[in-house]
Design a binder for this molecule. Sequence first.
Ligand code: ZN
Length: 107
Amino acid sequence: MMQKRLKSRHYLTAGERNVRVLKIECPECGAKAVIRKTNRKHRQIADIYCSCADVECGHTFVMNLTFSHTLSPSAKTGDAMLQQLLSTMSPDQKQMALDLLKATPAA
Ligand SMILES: [Zn+2]
């Protein structure tokens, strides 16, 4: 029996309500496919091993997942950059940065 009316959020438990799950369709028949395995080759590239959920199809295939671009930069990256920059500064440069920060009104 088909359950097409059921939206994906009905499967999610509390706390996951706002999480959008990646939906994969079988490229052969268009039915929903299930992720069986993820082979992460790089932080920005992964092979997704999928199998079609339609038993009459049974297609198994690999999809590629790649990072595209940043919309809003990571706060972690920014902090790490700042720490690295500060560690390379001379005492005079640190004092100059401190003076500049004091002169700049807090946002
Ligand atoms: Zn299929």
